[in-house]
Design a protein around this ligand. Structure first.
Ligand SMILES: C[S@@+](CC[C@H](N)C(=O)[O-])C[C@H]1O[C@@H](n2cnc3c(N)ncnc32)[C@H](O)[C@@H]1O
Ligand code: SF4
Length: 379
């Protein structure tokens, strides 16, 4: 990516319908996490909220924003105080035309969820909550450095349900050091018993620049791809039997509750990211905001651009990305996208990893467990 201080504006006819907002603060830093985050510093959060609204105002001048989905992620949006959340959301309501909004999600961490925040988010029109539970096993939560235990996780789910949220996602992680299939089975079963509308299940990745990466490099933790495949197969069978549709490799939803925001992203729609480190893509241009909240706030509050770097996508890059993203979904990749790879496609079909369905190529059950390797062959 090249560095740039330019404003990017799309053509007047382009309407951006999907907005992501990055709130980087966390009360505790998890040792496996590579997302841009900062230890919560209450002396900085109000200035940060001012900066976000300032960037939003700039963006609303430069582009036509008519969001059908907004996603407040992080970091931990619920690490902000109730008055700050109210200030931030009120700003979004003031600056944007929300007449087309169908889905607005807030990521929440059980450690910072409260009845007051839940009631506020409900009153402000947030209609989807994504709750970072990760595990129902206290030892594993401890290993993951989480700020909550299983009991607090369940209490936070009840708080959001009690506040009236009828669309809740639960994030879970598998392939954790020392995790057994029995533990994962009971985590899935306890999750299903709460009847969330949506469940995301992520295989632990040892991300560079994390404590877990170092422990992996030192040989303290080992990745076992056979075990990961078993965790993955168990996830599919338990969640599908419980009525969840496996609509993307890591995502399951009860009928009618697929995430509109994620689907837009997977189908290659334009999206705008607001906040430090957030990515945006319109057409063949992708940019990333300054990945440091202090420098970000300084720039934006001085009326300067939030953009840190810009990348121009080539048609080949765009196609490879579209193949990788669409192959992960249950709609699969449109056949014309794979036309330039006749040999690879034929071979995957022969191996029973890909199949034709409704004019698309879709991963088979065996193919889903190898989704990343299959997608790589098309790069
Ligand atoms: C951006 S995080 C934000 C959620 C929230 N901060 C929390 O942790 O509760 C979204 C999800 O990504 C998953 N995740 C984060 N780091 C991961 C890693 N290294 N490997 C696999 N999944 C990861 C976790 O399930 C997490 O809930
Ligand atoms: S996993 Fe979530 S809570 Fe933990 S450091 Fe990352 S963003 Fe923060």
């Amino acid at each position: 990516m090249s560095s740039s201080t330019h404003h990017i504006s799309t053509s007047a006819t382009t309407t951006i319908r999907h907005i992501y907002v990055h709130i980087p603060f966390c009360a505790r830093i998890c040792p496996y996490c590579a997302f841009y985050k900062e230890l919560l510093d209450r002396s900085q959060t109000q200035r940060f909220c001012d900066a976000i609204l300032s960037e939003l105002r700039q963006q609303a001048q430069d582009q036509h924003l008519l969001p059908s989905t907004i996603y407040f992620g992080g970091g931990t949006p619920t690490a902000l105080t109730t008055p700050q959340l109210e200030f931030l959301m009120a700003g979004f309501r003031y600056e944007l035309d929300l007449s087309a909004l169908i889905e607005s999600t807030v990521e929440a961490n059980p450690g910072s969820a409260s009845a007051g925040k839940a009631a506020l988010l409900q009153r402000l029109g947030i209609n989807r909550i994504s709750l970072g539970i990760q595990s129902w096993d206290d030892d594993l939560l401890n290993l993951l450095g989480r700020e909550h235990n299983a009991k607090q996780g369940e209490e936070s789910f009840d708080i959001f349900r009690g506040a009236g949220f009828s669309n809740i996602n639960i994030d879970l992680m598998f392939g954790l050091p020392g995790q057994t299939l029995r533990q994962w089975q009971s985590t899935l079963e306890r999750t299903v018993s709460l009847r969330p509308e949506h469940i995301s299940t992520y295989c632990l990745t040892y991300e560079e620049d994390t404590e877990f990466f170092l422990r992996h490099a030192r040989g303290e933790f080992r990745q076992d791809s056979d075990a990961d495949a078993e965790f993955f197969a168990m996830t599919m069978s338990i969640l599908e039997a419980a009525g969840y549709e496996h609509y993307e490799i890591s995502n399951y939803a009860r009928p009618g509750f697929r995430s509109a925001h994620n689907r837009a992203y997977w189908s290659g729609s334009d999206y705008l990211g607001i906040g430090p480190s957030a990515f945006s893509t319109t057409g063949m241009t992708r940019w990333q905001n300054i990945p440091d909240f202090r420098r970000y706030a300084e720039a934006v509050l001085a009326g300067k651009s939030a953009i840190g770097s810009v990348e121009h996508l080539t048609p080949e890059m765009k196609r490879a990305e579209q193949i990788a993203l669409s192959l992960r979904t249950d709609d699969g990749a449109p056949a014309p996208l794979l036309e330039s790879f006749p040999n690879e496609t034929r071979e995957f079909v022969r191996l029973g990893l890909l199949q034709r369905a409704r004019g698309n190529f879709v991963l088979t059950r065996a193919g889903k467990a190898l989704a990343d390797s299959v997608a790589e062959a098309f790069v």
